[in-house]
Design a protein around this ligand. Structure first.
Ligand code: DI6
Ligand code: FE
Length: 403
């Protein structure tokens, strides 16, 4: 076999089937941006490589997948952080015109170019820590014009960077001032105007909503999902974050890619998600920032075989978090996941939450050559260390992008 490049000298945690499947003294052969070989150095002997890259120890894992971010937004909400420290709740702040509404004002004021510029350092932080695939939501525009502007900014940001990117239209995130006290009217507007235009533009890979007391009801979400489904856009949902409304079960009934947050998930929801193959996306950053005490039902999800992904949920309100490795650590310390589950959640199951599991998320022949070389001795260290600069090299589509 001939390959363009052969990476040798490191152990390889392939994450095949969501387990480390560690290959000691491994080798990865890459051609045309794809993985052509993965195995032991001994098994790679007959491979003819145009270039061999010796790595002198460490561990290679699949590139990290951040499958839930609100990376694009104007302004920030550090002031609300202080209010919350003084005991004002997230819901109270939202009711008083702060929260998401405040980010909407700043996002509407910004141009597409400004939004790209503001998001770039956030994406830089993610990539510098091993992220090779990121999902980016709209949701701070809340009108066809401004949602499209956010989605364009997200697509531009992705094109400008060595990262695989997927975009999500989260137009049903909150009520815009134009539809104050008229959530049904807003959902009608989204179904008649925003979603058709977004679908036609090809700017979004999926559709998301915030199903919550301070967001949209199950009924409203259903209507919006019906329209998205008619337009051939897959759905996913912010569900059961602050209360149990049955949003996750609704999402499952639409074969959603994922249901996200899930602190208040019930056993019925778990069963529905298992049956539909909907991924549970867990977001320890928002849990931590909101000082939530209700834990997502990890054991029930495990028992039911629901794949668990983890993500940063980067957003200016509930998760100003720019570190996937910190999320891996918190998935273990706060949620009781194992370091192996945390890494699977940050790679293979993150990819599955984006419908990309046949393309990326594990180091397997035929998949994209997206992987990271870490200065650690074993893969469990990635969730163990808090902070630190552990990434030594990042490869995206077979190309080394950070050394
Ligand atoms: N849940 C969240 O955690 C974010 N959105 C959502 O639906 C919060 C967004 C924000 O506060 O700006
Ligand atoms: Fe979110």
């Amino acid at each position: 076999m001939k390959v363009e490049r052969l990476y040798t000298g490191a152990d390889v945690a392939t994450m095949k089937d969501g387990e480390y499947n560690l290959i000691k003294d491994g080798a990865i052969g890459v051609s045309q941006g794809r993985i052509k070989f993965v195995g032991t150095l001994a098994a790679s002997r007959n491979i003819k490589a145009a270039q061999t890259i010796p790595l002198k120890g460490g561990v290679i894992t699949p590139g990290l997948v951040d499958c839930h971010t609100h990376l694009i937004f104007g302004g920030n909400r550090a002031g609300e952080f202080e209010q919350r420290l003084n005991g004002v709740s997230y819901e109270e702040i939202a009711k008083n015109g702060g929260g998401i509404a405040s980010s909407v004002r700043h996002t509407r004021e910004a141009t597409e170019e400004q939004l790209v510029e503001l998001a770039q350092p956030r994406l830089d932080a993610l990539m510098a820590e091993g992220v090779t695939c990121v999902e980016i939501k709209s949701g701070y525009g809340l009108s066809t014009e401004h949602e499209m502007k956010m989605l364009k900014a997200a697509n531009t940001l992705i094109e400008k960077n060595a990262v695989v990117g997927l975009t999500t239209c989260l137009a049903a995130h909150a009520l815009p001032p134009e539809f104050k006290d008229d959530p049904d009217g807003y959902i009608d507007y989204l179904c008649e105007d925003t979603l058709p235009k977004v679908a036609k533009s090809g700017l979004a890979d999926a559709v998301d909503a915030f199903c919550e007391g301070i967001g949209f009801s199950v009924e409203q979400t259903k209507k919006y999902f019906e329209k998205a489904t008619k337009l051939d856009l897959p759905v996913k949902l912010h569900a059961e974050q602050l209360s149990a409304l049955g949003g996750a079960s609704l999402a499952a009934s639409f074969n959603a890619l994922s249901a996200d947050h899930l602190e208040y998930l019930t056993q019925d929801d778990v069963d529905a998600m298992a049956k539909a193959g909907t991924v549970a996306v867990l977001l320890p950053g928002a849990f931590y920032v909101l000082k939530e005490t209700k834990l997502p039902p990890i054991q029930a999800l495990r028992d039911a075989g629901v794949p668990m992904a983890i993500a940063t949920d980067i957003n200016p309100g509930t998760s100003p978090v720019l570190s996937m490795r910190l999320m891996m650590n918190m998935a273990c310390t706060c949620f009781g996941m194992t370091p192996q589950e945390a890494l699977a959640g940050a790679t293979l199951y993150g990819a599955q939450a984006l419908g990309q599991e046949s393309e990326l998320g594990s180091i397997e022949v035929g998949k994209r050559a997206d992987f990271v070389h870490w200065a650690v001795n074993e893969p469990g260290e990635l969730a163990y260390w808090v902070g630190g600069n552990l990434m030594k090299m990042r490869v995206v589509g077979g190309v080394v992008t950070h050394v």
